[in-house]
Design a protein around this ligand. Sequence first.
Ligand SMILES: [Zn+2]
Length: 630
Amino acid sequence: MIKKILQIIIILLFLSFQQICFAVNEIKITDLVFDNSSKIIFLPTYNTLDEVEKLNVESKSLENPNRTFFDISNSILTVGNIVYNFKNSPIEKVVLAQNSTNPNVVRLTFYHNNNIDLSKVELLKLRNGLVLKLEEMNIPNSSLHRSFREEKSLSSDFIEKLTFLKQISDDKNNDQIQNEVTSIINKPAHGIKTVGEDVLNNIFIPDDTKRLRSKSYIQKLSVRNGNILLNGLGNITVEKPIILSNPSRIAFDLANAIVSHEIKNKTFNISQNEKVLISQFEPTKVRVVIYTDNVNDYESVFSFDQQSLLIVNKNRISNVKLSDNISKLSSFTISNYNIDDKNLTFEFNNPCVFSYIRNPDNIEFIIYNANFLDITKIKTTLTNFFGEAKVESYGRSIIKITININPNSKTEFFETINGKKAVILIKNKMLKPQPIVIPKDNIEETINVPKNADKKLIVLDAGHGGSDVGATRNGIYEKDINLDVTNRLARMLTKKGFKIVLTRREDETVSLQERVEISNAKRPILFMSVHVNASVNESVRGVETHYWKDNSLAYAKIVQKHLCTIDSPARGVVKSKFYVINHTEAPAVLVEIGFISNTQERNELISEKRKEQTAKVLADAIVEYLKTVK
Ligand SMILES: [Zn+2]
């Protein structure tokens, strides 16, 4: 009996010990990053904060010198102290340091003048960091906005959770706190970073980690004179719009964004027969859909505060003042900041209202309140650098600049906080060619017939289409070749007695999700997506077959075997996580039927002979593969 009781006690002790172990959960703060709006401070963390049970932030303001600090509980600063000095700013200095008297606390201290009230700071918890929103803060700094989606950033992990600040209990006297602060300041700093005029001359912060990943929280949607205004917190980033039909609509996706519950899934009327719907399309993507017959009339315009986005109807711009001030272009420069990269800098005397669109082979920069003195001169300068450039003016004050660029270039857009300077960065660095991975033969090649599949039904997917042209060279678009070959393939398979479903029949924009939905709804025996390849190395040519799921390997091998009979180098079967072959339930392959970037192959790809031959070998491959499926 006693033995039993002892056993139970031991078990109980063990359990409680385990609980203690799990409860210990410190926040590891890795850096301090200013959002380029200067109203937000981001403290990135090493660990994910949704696991952290208790997170308290206490604040207190003190005088002589004026300062406000925020104590973050259960946290560790994994780097040394971080100190920022600001010139000509209401905030003079920001210090992030491990508290010397309480080692479990990280203290963020602001030294400031009387022009700023830090009592209204809001705290936002992200999965991978903490955000302090300093509404009243107005640092006239020159760090730059990052308007567009960071290619490197993961589809991120915003969690909608607010913790409230409370006033620190007054158990310490001012002297004691003063001493703590002094001791922190006197410690050697991890890095003194001065943000001021000098930054203007050194726009490109070399350290990628110092940039806040764009994130935004959309709080408000309002319709003004037939235009749509979105307001929120954080940098709004927008992707290229998607045009959809039945009913006719245009969708703007806001990457890395969360929509407030108050407006989520709500519809707003724009005009008598137009409306707009805002929804959380993916966990970290907000979709704004405008139902309209005139989809091409809508485009996105950034306001210079970066926290709002205006979606305008081009025909209604004249009714709406996007800015009270006309901005005169005061300087325009093109510079190489290293061998491969160029930056274009536009400076204005007033904040400018603009939109920036990256198309596959050009950039469109539209300024809505501009006054350019010498359009011809700018056009000549741009043409000298980019071969072909257009500078057009519309209406009262709209200037549109179009620059042709290499489709492989990466571009970024920055704007200064005062809205008076815009920088377009074009990176021409050669992209590394993707390594070809030949799958190991030991993967079990199961011939997988999807459940309830229609054995006579095949879904064919002509890659790209509509506003998404795919790879392009010399005015030839991948989307057109894909559609032509796919339609030929469809006709051949129909003659052989198959039922064919096409994800697109003509030159229309169809999202990857829609392509997958079509296939999964139809339950075909297999899926094939047809694409044309491109490389920065113009000598590269050849054919590839991509698969992702193991149930598609046997199918991919047979397709590649037949593709190789075309007079083009065989580049193999490649395991690739492409969206359409990863999400379709049926065995799926994506074929790359040649390189548009190779002059000889491009000319072949648009020829009747090659298109017909490609369709034929793909049809033969499908027939051979389906013979193995019983
Ligand atoms: Zn493609």
